[in-house]
Design a protein around this ligand. Structure first.
Ligand SMILES: Nc1ncnc2c1ncn2[C@@H]1O[C@H](COP(=O)(O)OP(=O)(O)OP(=O)(O)O)[C@@H](O)[C@H]1O
Ligand SMILES: [Mg+2]
Length: 243
């Protein structure tokens, strides 16, 4: 029997796909998109979804936890990659987790195991029902915040990873960077994820640049250089400049 081939999913950001990665993000994987506040995590994640819909005819969905859907759409619609048509046609969907929690009666301080099972079931159903190929959780830090302990968080993430793998989806999970340590997240989410994309700020001369670095991508050779990021109304673009 032939070995299974890793299928790739183009982010639509040329330097990321072709210069840093070996053609795109591996399908069936969960990728941590981490970095400090305001560095561009939500922008990159939404750009990935809209590129999927408008350039590759793939359905995408974002679970929002820290911003309302209205607010996020308002911010994202400022970027050239945003497509109202993709939203109208449900090729890119925004789902507010707070609405889902309300519907599920999950507005409590700490989730039960049954709540966590329901959450995974909903994610699985949403992926199946809407034929989702690209998924974003913004942020995973907020999603796991009310889970009782580290073991249950790990178990939740492993099972989420299995759902992503079974559906051959690419999932970007945003997380706030834990600064001052060698870990990317407080809960060690990076060990369970298949890939890590790290957005950073770097002082060069008297300006603060944004950079992007792929720290890990299981299953492929990739550059680990920090590439300069240009954030404009075109969204995120990467230059050839590295550090
Ligand atoms: N048209 C634009 N041109 C240049 N920069 C922009 C533009 N629109 C937004 N930005 C920048 O994008 C930044 C916010 O990016 P984004 O919301 O993606 O960051 P984030 O990492 O998700 O932040 P948070 O951790 O707060 O969720 C703003 O600080 C702003 O500087
Ligand atoms: Mg954000």
């Amino acid at each position: 029997m032939d070995d299974p081939v890793i299928e790739l999913c183009r982010s639509g950001i040329p330097t990321l796909d072709d210069n840093i990665l070996s053609g795109g993000l591996p399908r069936g994987t969960m990728i941590l998109l981490t970095g400090s506040s305001g560095v561009g995590k939500t922008t990159l994640a939404c750009q990935f979804l809209f590129n999927g819909a408008t350039k590759f005819n793939e359905n995408g969905l974002i679970f929002t936890l820290t911003e309302s859907v209205t607010q996020m759409k308002r911010f994202m619609s400022q970027f050239a990659f945003y497509s109202s048509r993709a939203v109208e046609e449900k090729k890119v969907q925004f789902l507010d987790m707070r609405t889902i929690y309300k519907q599920m009666g999950m507005e409590r301080d700490q989730y039960t195991v049954s709540d966590m099972n329901s959450l995974l079931r909903i994610i699985d159903e949403v992926i199946t029902n809407y034929n989702i190929k690209r998924l974003v959780v913004d942020s995973i830090t907020a999603m796991i915040f009310r889970m009782p302990d580290k073991e249950k968080i790990r178990d939740f993430l492993y099972r989420l990873g299995n759902i992503i793998f079974d559906h051959n989806v690419v999932a970007l999970l945003t997380a706030e960077e834990q600064s001052g340590t060698r870990f990317y997240t407080e809960q060690g989410i990076e060990f369970i994820c298949d890939g890590i994309i790290f957005l950073k700020e770097r002082e060069v001369g008297n300006t603060l640049l944004r950079t992007l670095q792929v720290v890990k991508m299981r299953g492929m050779a990739h550059s680990r250089s920090e590439h300069e990021v240009i954030l404009t109304s075109n969204g995120i673009e990467l230059t050839e400049r590295t550090f």
